[in-house]
Design a protein around this ligand. Sequence first.
Ligand code: ASP
Length: 448
Amino acid sequence: MKVVKFGGSSVANAQQFQKVAHIVTSDEARKFVVVSAPGKRCKDDTKMTDLLITLAKKVMEDELYEGVLAQVVARYDEIVTDLHLSRDILDVISANLQQMIDTYRDQPERLLDALKASGEDNNAKLMAHYFRQLGYEAHYVNPKDAGIFVTDEPGNAQILPESYDQLARLNERSGILVIPGFFGYSRSGHIVTFPRGGSDITGSIVAAGVGAELYENFTDVDSIYCVNPSIVEHPCQLKELTYREMRELSYAGFSVFHDEALEPVYRRGIPVCVKNTNNPEAPGTMIVATRDHRERPVAGIASDTGFCSINVSKYLMNREIGFGRRLLQILEDEGISYEHTPSGIDNMSVILREEQLAGDIERRVLERIVKELRVDEVSIERDLALIMVVGEGMERSVGIAAKATAAFARANVNIEMINQGSSEVSMMFGVKADAVERAVRALYDVYF
Ligand code: ASP
């Protein structure tokens, strides 16, 4: 039994629905179908989710929202019309959206989550209709009925462990089951969404819950590439990656698969295959527990901008028990999460996403560091990019770091920071953001 998830571009219009139906019905094992909301139909199009966020904001700010609401319904109308589905469903969709607006008008977070979730919810209903019209037994399954229960953190839901037992019962049901991605229900019965791109998470949870033999994640590329194709033209396609490699790469900028989506399948050892809806014959990329990495120790290079580093130094810091904890406590008090903490004997840097220091936070953090830790110096270095070189084979290969540093030198890129986790599955380099593309190309040349 397989779980198949289709991303936004795979369900953006009627033509894409037809491709999805063909893919699902061409393999009997494809029983569980998880769908995103309609994505972009062309480059300048707006994703349904973004449209719904605009709608929610208009309602919250007491602005005229009817125009946006009409745009939302029009996107479903286009699909319904082109697939010759019964138009009744459009009335249901309109009434349902209006009801959400009326119910949650004074509860902004609930309104936002309910409207965001409706993007996938209505699309799943349409998809189930379409399968039935084609003559297949198919059912829309609401996440509450499926048993997807989550923490009550709007926009940032996390799955509750009891969900998995409930999901296992879906195996008893007949037909193709179409489940909307991106949201679950809190214990108190509220709709709560996962972080953006979270339909991948739903697919993974369902795959884990039903004990799927494979989780197929359909998107719009033939495979995962070893490096961002907008930086390196026609980079190598990856046939296989391990869960750990994928996790590191998606954390550091590979957006093809949500970085939180791996956990449920990883725990149960369910393999994932990332495939192309527009070219389903292409084998795609398998994500598995182990791979033979003798030929290629480095699996991929990821990069992301928007980081900064808080650098502190204090003479004899290494002797001061609890220094690191107190520094990180200041960040915790401000609700700031950090990425890395490279350190020396008398200095420590904390790398974090720059946006977290917005407004007054930066001043408060710096003042507290000076006052409470009595440091000799503290500074913030901005406009940093992180580059991750990722690969299971790096652990046993000599000279991987040497190749990187030589490549940086040749490309005239100054390394601001190096960090290698104890797992040796990745190596992190911090460089100035304006040098990142040059640096990534130089790395690509030496490793691939
Ligand atoms: N529609 C949601 C988003 O755009 C979730 C998803 O597509 O995975 O973030």
